[in-house]
Design a protein around this ligand. Sequence first.
Ligand SMILES: [Zn+2]
Length: 252
Amino acid sequence: MIDSHCHLEQKDYNNDLDKVIELCKKEGLKALVTVCADPNDFERSLEIVDKYKNYVFLCAAIHPQDVKKFTQKKIDAYFDLLKENKKKLVAVGETGGDYFWIKEESWREKQKELFIQHIDLSKELKLPLVVHCRDAWEDVLKILEQEDVKKALLHLWGNKELIPRVVEDGYSITIGPLIARSKKHKEIVKNMPIESILLETDSPWFGQNGERGVSTNIRIPCEYISGIKKMMFEDTWKKCCDNAVKFFNLKL
Ligand SMILES: [Zn+2]
């Protein structure tokens, strides 16, 4: 199995990242994709992928909920840095739209612009796109289609009405531990082909019982998906792993 989306640069892991990685290996995780969503975290993220080479892979962007935080000059400088480090990246993301945190129309417009800049970057670097979306479902999907994005992973996508279009567009989704308490995510799994489902934890968020999230929680979505798809746990484990290797083009 592969955790397709976690944030190992977060301070939650500062004291024991070695131990966390060891545990992941022991539990049979083949790789982790860490997501750097803030330019200020990029250096730490690089350190991590250098240290755990060929086990932790990197994906980077500016989180859409931080659209107010950075000037265009800062964004350009960050994008230059990403271009310089292109070989260390397996995707551009998470980028997209977040209308839950961003309510003002003018900032939502700015968020769309930033999203399109990320799409252009992913095309330039020939990397797939990891998409974050909250309450901006229709707009995010429309932009992906208009910009003719071929390879996108919709991280923790939470809109079931648009799933037929997501399938038709050939996009993939991730499912996380949230599925345990979400009817909507269970419905989404039902309507999504297993070939297009990857697993993630988004840790350190979505921990169990108020604890810090860790990548080994990947067993939770794997169990639920197995139940819904009537598959053996081991088959789901392997299939979703293969899907991640293929999506990120991982060289394990
Ligand atoms: Zn995330």
